[in-house]
Design a binder for this molecule. Structure first.
Ligand code: IPE
Ligand code: IPE
Ligand code: MG
Length: 254
């Protein structure tokens, strides 16, 4: 066995044996669902097959998180920069998002979860917008886990939008510039009223935020893995939570 093989075997052992403390769970877990394209390529498949597999992984991970009692799961599905991709891939992603939202209607509602879409929905297809409104409306009174689907989401766009909303209030004389504080900005984000992510996971071997939850991530713990999102399983989630539970969060204190 070469070095990489040994590393993989040791890692699998850790994944299998990770134990988590169910009384000390992160409230909010955010995932950057990356690596679908590379996963598909490694199997000789079209990139869209990777996205389809990634959507399946999200269903499984959402089930697991809601079963163990996570309060909020945020999944980065499509960034404000992902429009740069070839039209064929954008179309395939939009089809999958639509399917996911229809499926959420069938499956998630019964599970008592709340589905929310975070991001600028304005440029999305009409059928997608309609389905978003429908699913959000249908699940809004549930009291289970909140699933935030980040669609056409960008952290910079979110902060810009919040700034614009606050500027309108100043313009209308409803507030004064000195009334603006962190709480007000927070309350004007897509995630208003929700806890900040305790942990942000990024599989695929990349080490960047890619414009995800820029404001909310101020004190989030990071977890990276060099597997692609479609290969991510509840066991990896368990490992990430177990590692998180051993971290010492200081928030600037000692
Ligand atoms: C993540 O997988 C899905 C989206 C960004 C929509 P990618 O499509 O980025 O997969 P890689 O990073 O190219 O492998
Ligand atoms: C981040 O992945 C966005 C999503 C997972 C939806 P990207 O693949 O778009 O990020 P970069 O381009 O590698 O930074
Ligand atoms: Mg990527």
């Amino acid at each position: 066995m070469n070095l990489k093989g040994i590393y993989t075997a040791v890692r699998q052992l850790f994944v299998k044996n990770a134990e988590i403390d169910l009384d000390n769970l992160p409230q909010h877990i955010a995932v950057i669902m990356d690596g679908n394209g590379r996963w598909a390529k490694s199997k000789g498949l079209d990139r869209s097959a990777g996205h389809a597999a990634g959507a399946e992984t999200l269903r499984e991970i959402a089930d697991y998180c809601s079963e163990i009692g996570i309060k909020v799961l945020t999944a980065y599905a499509f960034s404000t920069e992902n429009w740069k991709r070839p039209q064929k891939e954008v179309d395939a992603l939009m089809d999958l998002l639509y399917e996911y939202l229809c499926d959420a209607d069938n499956k998630l509602v019964g599970k008592n979860n709340v589905v929310r879409v975070i991001g600028d929905v304005t440029p999305l297809r009409e059928d997608i917008k309609k389905q978003i409104t429908y699913v959000e409306e249908k699940t809004k009174n549930n009291d289970g886990m909140i699933i935030n689907l980040a669609i056409n989401y960008g952290g910079r766009d979110e902060i810009t939008t919040a700034a614009r909303k606050i500027a309108e209030q100043v313009k209308n004389g409803e507030i004064q510039p000195e009334d603006i504080d962190e709480k007000m900005i927070d309350n004007n984000l897509y995630t208003a009223g929700q806890p900040w992510p305790d942990i942000i996971l990024r599989p695929s071997g990349e080490y960047r935020l890619s414009n995800f939850l820029l404001w909310q991530a101020a004190y989030s713990e990071f977890w990276y893995a060099d597997i692609c999102w479609p290969d991510f399983t509840p066991k990896h989630m368990k490992l990430a939570i177990s590692k998180y539970q051993k971290r010492n969060r200081r928030f600037g204190g000692i």
